[in-house]
Design a protein around this ligand. Structure first.
Ligand SMILES: [Fe+2]
Length: 346
């Protein structure tokens, strides 16, 4: 390439000083395929367990939450596990309450350890046990409380980086520590937890329905039953027996911004590699396995959490002596709604 002439240099100076850049200077950002800054990364349970243990005495629950946010090493200290999602490990000790608040980012919880503590969502106390999947949708008041004698640990998943990128973060702290209970305990499960049988008296016109699932608790019992009931099916060659938690009123994702899934990779099963647009965070519920992500091997076991960036080729396989189960969250509904969803297989 020829050295820039004086006129060219002066011209670039002129435009840069005035907040302009030539397309020829930044054209490399229009990449032939996604090149995320987030990297594939694994947080091993052996480490998380130690962090959970130490957090109990090292930090108070305070007005915030004792939640250790998993920062992606490729994202330079941003509050993000992938470009759109944040995952965290949260700990609530016996007797503690995490103060009521609400925020525009939507949140999910997947319970890892301990049982009987609650998340109160918009007046409904939701009791949480290992393997349960709990929603706290956008702008719904929620507090957490542990009235049991054992520590509870769960994974949080939120669409914070996406909401932040859209400059749509709102947050409000509750005046009271606990929001008032206005609904029966696990009331949404009683109403909407029966799959294809739905109450008629709560039915709203489509235009009046909230954008999220009315069911706040998807219990492990039902999830495990569904997975085991489908064990003998072929499933997907890329995902195994993979089920999406759905909104019982629409059959769509539980939230407009996140798709949440649970997948069984059977003993001896080796899934095929694939790339998809959109990022995910995986949590190992059960078993041992291996994921090869862009040529890098991640050996995982129960409790591990793994970030999977957009368009990263990935293949999971079971490497243990029992069926493996993975829980995951992704931003797929956003990609699909906007027409950006793509996948590529061999
Ligand atoms: Fe929250």
């Amino acid at each position: 390439m020829n050295a820039p002439t004086k006129t060219e240099d002066q011209f670039h100076q002129l435009i840069h000083q005035n907040h302009m850049w030539g397309l020829w200077e930044i054209a490399s950002q229009m990449t032939p395929h996604p090149r995320p800054e987030a990297i594939a990364h694994q947080w091993k349970w052996s480490l998380l367990r130690e962090v959970v243990k130490q957090s109990a005495t090292a930090v108070p629950v305070g007005d915030e939450r004792r939640a250790m946010q998993l920062f992606n090493p490729g994202l330079n200290g941003q509050w993000a596990t992938t470009n759109t999602l944040i995952a965290a490990v949260q700990v609530l000790l016996p007797g503690e309450i995490a103060r009521a608040h609400r925020h525009s980012p939507a949140a999910i919880r997947f319970i890892i350890e301990g049982g009987g503590a609650y998340t109160a969502v918009e007046g409904e106390k939701v009791l949480m046990y290992p393997g349960d999947f709990v929603l706290t949708p956008s702008w719904q008041w929620h507090d957490h409380g542990n009235e049991t004698k054992e520590t509870i640990v769960w994974m949080d998943g939120l669409d914070v980086p996406l909401t932040k990128a859209l400059n749509a973060i709102f947050f409000e702290m509750g005046k009271e520590q606990r929001a008032q209970e206005t609904k029966p305990v696990n009331g949404s499960k009683a109403l909407y937890g029966h799959g294809t049988l739905a109450p008629t008296w709560t039915k709203m016109r489509e235009s009046e329905r909230p954008r999220f699932s009315p069911l706040m608790l998807y219990s492990w019992e039902q999830t495990a039953e569904a997975l085991h009931g489908l064990r003998s099916h072929d499933g997907s060659p890329y995902e195994g027996i993979c089920l999406e938690y759905t909104n019982p009123q629409t059959g769509g994702p539980v939230m407009p911004t996140m798709s949440c899934r649970v997948q069984m990779i059977r003993k001896g099963e080796k899934l095929k590699p694939r790339r998809v647009t959109g990022s995910s965070v995986f949590h190992v519920v059960q078993g041992k396995g291996r994921s090869v992500i862009e040529g890098k091997t991640f050996d995982w076991e129960k409790g591990d959490i793994i970030a999977l960036p957009s368009w990263a080729q990935h293949a999971h396989s079971n490497a243990g002596s029992e069926d493996a189960i993975l829980f995951s969250i992704s931003d797929r509904p956003v990609l699909e709604t906007l027409g950006f969803y793509r996948e590529q297989t061999e």
